[in-house]
Design a protein around this ligand. Structure first.
Ligand SMILES: [Ca+2]
Ligand SMILES: [Ca+2]
Ligand SMILES: [Ca+2]
Length: 480
């Protein structure tokens, strides 16, 4: 019997221990709950057959109020991320969901607050929680949404840390303060680069401007920090300068850069969807034989970037290239001169068919000369003029342009070019007369006056066969 008692006493002790253990773990047991416990000894009487029980006294424990708080997304620090989600560059706002739990043993309320930082030192956005405080029954959980407004000036790759703090209203020493979800700004990089030019025939030493369009077809800003523009001449005797500036405004010429990449750096960010015009000014070598050719290839290559650290994903499969082709052309021109006897009757001038053959003319008759210049080369001719000396035994009474689109300027001897209508006649024999069309209409004749390829222009000169004043009054020639 003694042995049986000892054994049974042990089992009663185990019951007591178990009861105490339940109390210790029972944070969720409602406050005020009374826990009572009573032990029993069961045994057999001396007859070895009849069972009997002895009860212990009853112990009572009352569960006290325990306050606690738990918020999901536990982070090691405010600048580490328990989880990371991504938003595309330019996204205005995002919503992060946390879970708030009341692990206490009675209803409680929780004061919620947020903090937001960007570990990279960029300006952070603002995080707001709609409702605070939030009430929760014991052991209850609820999702808590934190609205995060991203900064206007975003940086691809920036990681914004959003922390949700919760404090028990019942016991303000109960806080959960390091619950950090992160938002990383990401973007795709892609582009188009268009505009092949030429072959363009150019003069030795000349400059030619070509344009190309660079378009950002990705979702992030394109810039010289993520994309490389490079250029190569097939003939390095040709050189080029580059600008993304406004090359159409001669009053404010844009800065020219030695490389396309320097021009790109000066441009700065090219926003998603935006295009920019790259103007390339190619200079041909001064001494270059006709037929010499240059192919200038410009390539836009998106850099290989690690998406995890930069936020950029490169969608470009092959670099995009454009080509400008220049060929040194030939300069050639012809000048034809014809003549014809003319008569002037009742103010009307009539001339025989112009001829390059010899003609016969009487004293005091009028001779019309037609001089026609033609650009037969591959290049525009700059500053072209027709020069003629008034023949012997002739006096010039009229100069008439054969085309009227551009003003004809005239230079007598070594004078300056002046408008045709300011010339006074007669002009004596052997005087040199130079005539040129003011192609750009700036009242000057210089290299900017370009005679286009395959065009002709000329003048008609009307002289009278005389050596002095023997033919009387000047003929009245109809004004051109
Ligand atoms: Ca937590
Ligand atoms: Ca690349
Ligand atoms: Ca001019």
């Amino acid at each position: 019997m003694e042995r049986s008692l000892r054994t049974l006493a042990l089992s009663g002790l185990m019951l007591s221990t178990l009861g105490f253990g339940q109390f210790a773990l029972g944070v969720g047991v409602a406050a005020g709950t009374e826990i009572t416990n009573q032990g029993f000894i069961d045994y057999l009487k001396d007859d070895g057959k009849t069972s009997a029980t002895i009860s212990s006294n009853t112990v009572t424990a009352t569960v006290t109020r325990v306050y606690a708080v738990d918020v999901s997304h536990d982070a090691a620090s405010l600048t580490s991320c328990a989880s990371t989600s991504t938003v595309v560059y330019g996204t205005a706002s995002a919503v992060l969901t946390y879970t708030l739990t009341n692990p206490g043993n009675g209803a409680d309320s929780y004061t919620l607050s947020t903090s937001a930082v960007d570990a990279g030192g960029n300006p952070a956005g603002t995080a707001t929680v709609a409702t605070s405080p939030v009430s929760l029954a014991a052991d209850a959980s609820t999702p808590v949404e934190v609205a995060y407004t991203l900064p206007t000036a975003q940086t691809v790759g920036a990681v914004y840390h959003v922390n949700l703090n919760a404090t028990s209203v019942g016991d303000t020493t109960q806080t959960d303060t390091t619950n950090v979800q992160c938002i990383q700004v990401v973007a795709n990089l892609d582009l188009t680069f268009k505009g092949d030019n030429g072959p363009t025939i150019v003069a030795p030493g000349s400059t030619t401007a070509f344009t190309h369009t660079l378009t950002n077809t990705g979702t992030g800003p394109l810039s010289s920090s993520n994309t490389t523009l490079s250029a190569a001449h097939s003939d390095t005797a040709f050189t080029a300068t580059y600008t993304f500036g406004d090359a159409t405004d001669p009053a404010n010429p844009p800065t020219q850069y030695a490389t396309a990449q320097e021009a790109f750096a000066a441009l700065g960010d090219l926003a998603p969807g935006a295009s920019a015009t790259l103007t390339v000014t190619v200079k041909a070598p001064l001494t270059a034989a006709a037929g010499k050719q240059d192919k200038l290839t410009i390539t836009a290559d998106i850099n290989d970037l690690d998406p995890a650290t930069t936020g950029y994903t490169n969608l470009q499969t092959t670099p995009a290239s454009v080509t400008d082709t220049l060929v040194i052309g030939t300069t050639a021109a012809t000048l034809q001169k014809t003549q014809a006897v003319c008569t002037l009757e009742n103010g009307t001038l009539s001339c025989a068919a112009p001829s390059t053959d010899a003609i016969k003319a009487k004293p005091c008759e009028l001779i019309g000369y037609v001089l026609t210049a033609t650009n037969t080369g591959q290049l525009s001719i700059p500053g072209a003029s027709i020069r003629d000396a008034i023949p012997n035994s002739s006096t010039l009474y009229s100069i008439k342009p054969t085309n009227t689109t551009n003003p004809l300027l005239v230079k007598i001897g070594n004078g300056n070019y002046v408008p045709l209508n300011t010339i006074t006649y007669p002009i004596a024999a052997t005087t040199t007369v130079s005539m040129a069309y003011d192609m750009n209409k700036d009242t000057l004749i210089d290299a900017k006056d370009l005679m286009p390829v395959s065009t002709s222009y000329g003048v008609t000169l009307l002289t009278r066969v005389e050596t002095g004043a023997e033919c009387g009054a000047a003929p009245v020639i109809p004004t051109p």
